[in-house]
Design a protein around this ligand. Structure first.
Ligand SMILES: [Zn+2]
Length: 62
């Protein structure tokens, strides 16, 4: 049977389980090609409502 050679230490195990926490606090951002604002990748831009060059929604902000 395939088996890990070494037991994973507590610190390594805990680091792996904690890694997703840092993604919440500092999410990676891409730049909107339409308005240049930072936006979440693979999401419509919250500023102008464009995604893949098409208007997906109209941002309702004053
Ligand atoms: Zn935009």
């Amino acid at each position: 049977m395939a088996n890990p050679r070494r037991k994973i230490s507590k610190s390594k195990r805990d680091k792996r389980r904690a890694s997703w926490m840092s993604d919440l606090s500092n999410p990676s951002l891409s730049v909107c090609p339409n308005c240049g604002e930072p936006k979440q990748p693979h999401r419509a831009c919250m500023n102008c409502g464009y995604y893949k060059g098409q208007k997906v929604f109209t941002p309702s902000e004053s």
